[in-house]
Design a protein around this ligand. Sequence first.
Ligand SMILES: NC(=O)c1ccc[n+]([C@@H]2O[C@H](COP(=O)([O-])OP(=O)(O)OC[C@H]3O[C@@H](n4cnc5c(N)ncnc54)[C@H](O)[C@@H]3O)[C@@H](O)[C@H]2O)c1
Length: 252
Amino acid sequence: MAQLAGKVALVTGGAKSIGRTFAQGLAQAGANIVIADIAEGETTAKEIATGFGVAAIFVKCDVSDETQVRQLIAAAIAKFGRIDILVNNAAYFAAMPLHPAHELPVELWDKVMAVNVRGSFLTAKHAAPHMMKAKSGKIINISSGTAYKGMPDMAAYVASKAAVLGLTRTLAREFGPHGINVNTLAPGLIESESLLENPRHLAPTERILASRAIARKGLPRDLVGGLLFLASPASDFMTGQTLAIDGGSINT
Ligand SMILES: NC(=O)c1ccc[n+]([C@@H]2O[C@H](COP(=O)([O-])OP(=O)(O)OC[C@H]3O[C@@H](n4cnc5c(N)ncnc54)[C@H](O)[C@@H]3O)[C@@H](O)[C@H]2O)c1
């Protein structure tokens, strides 16, 4: 299973919820871990280091702030000398208030875009030169099935996750000649720790379950196999693509 032994994976929004499951999955496959989050992540980093026998650090970072992202990448390079895998998982999502578009405050729109789109751009912008030097790298952007299907009361979020698809395709073309793969993982509704704390996001669960070919709840661990595929040499000839993990919802 240790197909990522010696690699360094940076997971944004990795302190808790789906991001923590991603960091654990990458560590279980042998990667050393950098967790970046606005939430406290020291405990997660320590648990990962102890639990999986890898090196793991936490860097407090707001991914929408370029200065902080520069510091994040510098801290990762100072500790490990390389970044092999970047998982752009941080998002303004579970804690985000829900509004119909005609009542959506423009400040909320801007914040969602700043974290979800600018944040993914900034981490890629500052990690890519190090991947280019190494002539290899894997960037995995986390979008959402809502980008394909739409979701009432979430216009900014859905637009931000659709923007991530376009960002992926363009970065794939720009970075491909440098040996860097850029792909998107698009989960369907996942019963994450954060959504259980914000249950209004789970309100459409019954309707979403009915749309699935595999009509059961999705859990964070359902995403790990796809993530490891996109992070590993198994996906070396795949770039600019989207892997939807949603129980078959966007195909049915
Ligand atoms: N849970 C789902 O149903 C679902 C479905 C599709 C896509 N997703 C995506 O999966 C990812 C994880 O979702 P989740 O359910 O764990 O929700 P979440 O809201 O808890 O995850 C976001 C993580 O990002 C961190 N974060 C927020 N703002 C940040 C910032 N400015 N800088 C750095 N970190 C920041 C949060 O502290 C949290 O750890 C998100 O990208 C989300 O959009 C989730």
